[in-house]
Design a protein around this ligand. Sequence first.
Ligand code: ZN
Length: 193
Amino acid sequence: MNKQFDKPKIERAVRMILEAIGEDPDRDGLRDTPARVARVYAEIVGGGDTDPRHALRTSFKEDHHEIVLVKDIAFYSMCEHHLLPFFGKAHVGYIPNGKIVGISKLARVVEAFARRPQVQERMTSQIADLIEEMLGAEGVAVVIEGIHTCMTMRGVKKPGATVITSAMRGDFRKRITSRTEIMALIYGKSMSA
Ligand code: ZN
C-alpha cells in the first residue's frame, strides 16, 4: 500500500455515496460497508506491496539470448475512467541480453502495475518499458487480454468482448520473425497434454 493511502477518507466517501443513492448507511447490512470498501481499495488499488522496480532489482548473469515467456499471468486492475474492475491475462516475454530475472518477478511487475487506477494501454507499455530499461533486454513483448466491466456491465453492455493490447520493444519490434515466434508461443498449441 502506498504512503498516501487514506483509509478513513475512503470510508467517509463511501458513506457519502451510500447516502447519495438514498440508502441509510447505518442500517444493518451497510454499517461496516465503508470500512470493508476501504480495505478492498487498499488491496486492489493501493499500489501493491512494492514499487514495480523492486521486482527486477535482482538479476542473474546468464548467456541465454532466446525468448523467455511467461504466459497467462492473471491480473485484476481498476479502470481509471469508471473505477470499475478490468481483469484478464498478461503474457510477458523478453530476450535477455546477459541478464535474466526469476520468472515469478515478471508476474510481480504485472501485479504492481495493475494495482492502481489504470488504463490497459498504459499498463501494457509500462510493463514493457520497465523490463527493457532494467534488464537491458534485446527485446520485450507484452500482450494483455482484458475484460472491462465498464463495457460489459454498463454502457454498450457487450459481455464477452475482450480488449487486446500489445507492446513490442527491441527485437520484437524490429524483426518480424521474433514477433511471429512470440505470438506463436502465446497463441499456438500448448505443449502440455
Ligand atoms: Zn472504463
